[in-house]
Design a protein around this ligand. Structure first.
Ligand code: WT7
Length: 572
């Protein structure tokens, strides 16, 4: 019998009575205890009498399905952890997961944590250059990957003397392997009922997620095992996850949504999750919901807009009556999308707002709270979230005035460092606030309204792409003298990358050259970072000190006011 009561019945009462202790007690954690996310998501659930409940329903791109109970997950993660330990991987070492959404990705993630390793998931569409930037920074010792992605890894192996183990999950023939390459075959490996789980405590490093900023290389946001406290309780209160749910988070674990809410939060709640390792089409997605009777669905605005474009006919062909709660993350969720979902699914998408650095939801809508379409909702209970002035970074408390979103540090899932980069980490904290780098306003009722980013980072289809990374890669192309990358509006992806390029003498602009440059970036970085348009220019707008003013280029793309250009050196 399904319990139709929401996990919280009043937002205001929950805020009043909230303490992280509630989550600690529900999870059986006391300060100072051993706490290991791998154990919390598998062994602990088994001990609670759910060993034979389904943990994972996985569907591959041919429609094939594999199912794993929490006991299967427990034993498989033990076995993989044991395998890695035998190879020689030790606690604290970085283990990269570089796979499509295959079961080994989910198992490897939890197994790495059981071993005490720091897991570093990277999006499998990354090209060699995106890969090496992040592996180099983390000095990663092991990478778990699939045969299909091996060429990208092999391409950079000679430059990675720190990389000791390349573990391939679907290679069956050892004669194909090269030096430092190993096979991990979960179907035929030795199963370990017991594994000596690493006795991590609250502050032991757990996950390293790379995220892009405006300047410099991507930064590794380092999280700790204690984060599970936040991820558990936000999944329960905001996603409303319950015992009987079949939950589907559409995000890839290469990004933080796919780990915080596609692995840790739901499994710490003992909830059954579905994973689909196949590309997006409306037909695929609706069939998947129908086939597995998905009840709670956490997705992203880009996907929702793509579904809107497909129209209602596709929905009518399927029985989607299992759905009961919808939530969204990653980019602004337009009011239009919320109203559409109410019309076609009979329920609204609930927007949530957070970041790689925050590790768990910061602002969100709750099932018990009125949704104002277009608003991100209200702060998660126990979190103090406000605004600081855009220029002075001083806290203010005025309704309807735009400022930068700021959170009072101290929530369990907050990142604890940028890997190797204490200066960048410290820059994020001003006057006792963590600054999110996004602009918003707060209305009379305390609802947050997103305005835009406070920097030049491009959010394409919910993924952050750093302009500097693209520009650096562009400069490696023989024809490019100077470049600037900005976001331009796009109906589905909200923003796509546009590159402005000044050519070196002797090169002529042409459609061919544009395509060549686009492809060059796709291969080096990723399809997300690939410019959808290259505009050839004679020169780029710069400040007197020589910094490219992306803001000027961006404003033109969006048809916005250019703003203060008193520091502009050359005329456009
Ligand atoms: C940035 C964080 C956390 C998971 C996904 C992305 C933007 C996120 C919203 C929202 C408007 C949003 C912000 C934020 N963003 N959620 N509901 N409305 N913008 O994690 O890659 O670290 O990106 O995504 O700009 O800072 P991320």
């Amino acid at each position: 019998m399904f319990n139709f009561m929401h996990n919280i019945s009043s937002y205001d009462d929950t805020v009043k009575d909230f303490s992280w202790k509630i989550a600690e007690e529900e999870l059986g954690y006391k300060p100072g205890d051993v706490i290991n996310i791998g154990e919390y998501c598998t062994d602990r659930i088994c001990r609670n009498g759910k060993a034979y409940k389904l943990a994972l329903i996985w569907q591959g791109h041919k429609g094939e399905v594999k199912k794993y109970t929490f006991n299967d997950m427990r034993i498989l993660t033990n076995s993989i952890a044991g395998y890695m330990k035998n190879l020689g991987i030790t606690p604290g070492e970085r283990v990269c997961l570089f796979m499509d959404k295959v079961p080994e990705l989910y198992l490897g993630f939890l197994a790495g944590l059981k071993l005490g390793a720091i897991v570093q998931p990277l999006f499998s569409a990354f090209g060699s250059e995106s890969l090496i930037t992040r592996l180099e920074d983390a000095k990663t010792s092991a990478i778990i990957t699939q045969k299909k992605h091996l060429p990208k890894v092999r391409n950079i192996m000679k430059d990675m003397d720190y990389m000791k183990y390349v573990i391939v999950v679907d290679e069956t023939d050892p004669t194909h392997l090269r030096e430092r390459e190993y096979i991990l075959d979960i179907e035929n490996m030795e199963m370990l009922d017991k594994f000596d789980i690493y006795p991590s405590t609250a502050e032991t490093p757990s996950v390293l997620h790379y995220t892009s900023g405006t300047t410099g290389k991507p930064k590794g946001a380092q999280h700790v095992h204690y984060s599970v406290i936040s991820q558990y309780i936000t999944s329960k209160y905001s996603l409303d996850l319950k015992e009987q749910d079949i939950y589907w988070c559409t995000a890839d674990p290469g990004w933080v949504t796919g780990t915080s809410y596609g692995i840790i939060g739901p499994w710490a709640n003992g909830v059954t999750q579905c994973v689909m390792d196949a590309g997006f089409t409306a037909e695929n997605w609706y069939s998947f919901i129908e086939r597995h009777r998905v009840t709670v669905w956490y997705s992203a605005p880009t996907a929702i807009r793509a579904l809107m474009k497909e129209g209602e006919a596709a929905i009518k062909r399927h029985d989607l009556s299992s759905l009961r709660y919808l939530a969204s993350i990653g980019e602004p969720l337009n009011a239009e999308a919320v109203l559409w979902s109410e019309k076609v699914f009979g329920m609204k998408f609930h927007d949530t707002y957070w970041q790689t650095e925050t590790g768990s939801m910061v602002v969100s809508n709750y099932p018990c709270m009125k949704v104002k379409p277009g608003s991100m909702g209200k702060p998660f209970p126990g979190m103090e979230v406000g605004l600081v002035d855009i220029k002075t970074h001083k806290y203010f408390d005025k309704k309807g005035v735009v400022g930068v979103i700021a959170v009072r540090p101290g929530w369990p899932a907050m990142f604890r460092a940028y890997w190797n980069n204490p200066d960048k980490y410290n820059e994020k904290f001003v006057d006792g606030w963590y600054l999110c780098g996004d602009r918003a306003s707060i209305d009379e009722d305390g609802y947050f309204w997103f305005v835009g980013r406070d920097d030049d980072v491009i959010n394409t289809a919910g993924h952050l792409v750093g302009p500097f990374e693209i520009e650096s890669a562009l400069l490696e192309h023989p024809a490019v003298a100077e470049s600037a990358a900005v976001g331009k509006p796009d109906q589905i992806n909200m923003e796509v990358v546009k590159a402005f390029v000044a050519l070196k003498p002797g090169f002529e602009e042409s459609k061919m050259l544009e395509l060549e440059i686009m492809n060059f970036i796709r291969k080096k970085l990723s399809p997300l970072a690939m410019p959808q348009e290259v505009e050839f220019v004679d020169s780029l707008p710069k400040t007197r000190s020589g910094k490219i003013m992306r803001r000027v280029l961006r404003a033109k793309e969006w048809g916005e006011e250019i703003g203060d250009i008193s520091t502009l050196e050359n005329d456009m």
